[in-house]
Design a protein. Sequence first.
Length: 252
Amino acid sequence: MKLFLLTLRFLTRIPVPYRGEEVLSDEEFSKGVMFYPLIGLLVGLLCGGVYFLFTRTGYPLMGAAAAVFFQICITGAFHLDGLVDTCDGLFSARKKETMLEIMRDSRVGTNGAIAVVFDILWKVLLIAGFRGNIVYDAIIFMPVAGKTITPILMHSAYAREKSGLGSIYLKDKYTLPMMIAMGSGTVMLCLWLGIAGAIALFTAFVSGLLVRFYCNKKIGGMTGDTLGAGCEVGEIIFLMSMIFLERWGIWT
């Protein structure tokens, strides 16, 4: 329970009652990845509730915007910030060392600004595009999918010479907590969404592999920022897959 509460506090802005004085080691704290899909489900349920409240106005687009905005607020824009820094660095057309330095800079550049606008815009438009109540499934399980593919991103070397926030999670092999995260998230999606959930999650996994490959090519590994960026990309790919599956009649 202690590890779950600390991981919840790390990933979200949800008030956590944990008041323990014991400090976990980096190795122990990194095991919290096993709770990522569960925390994603909690965030998704809250976002679904916000969507329900705002769609009572009769405007689905307002509900979609409110749900996405709430997700940003409840997570403290944690992964979105990583997307901004990643795009500023990787698309700067500089050398590896300069890219990493740009990613460390807290200022938002042109590439990062474009990325955050398109990220939010895509999510809002995709959510607003679903028909009927299955939109709730998409909203609730979008964060689950993003957290489920995170171990794929973590299976990489750390790109920086000095350790950082993301370094405690990056491993040269899949650990048991990482396998639990991928397994539990996959079970959740497949049990509730069936074949559509399996297909959409597969596309999200592929996007994670592509993000990891690109980062390894450009900067020689992953960082905390690129982990967040990969999660955001995975969520968008999941939504895109689900809306295509809905239109094709595979998900109803």
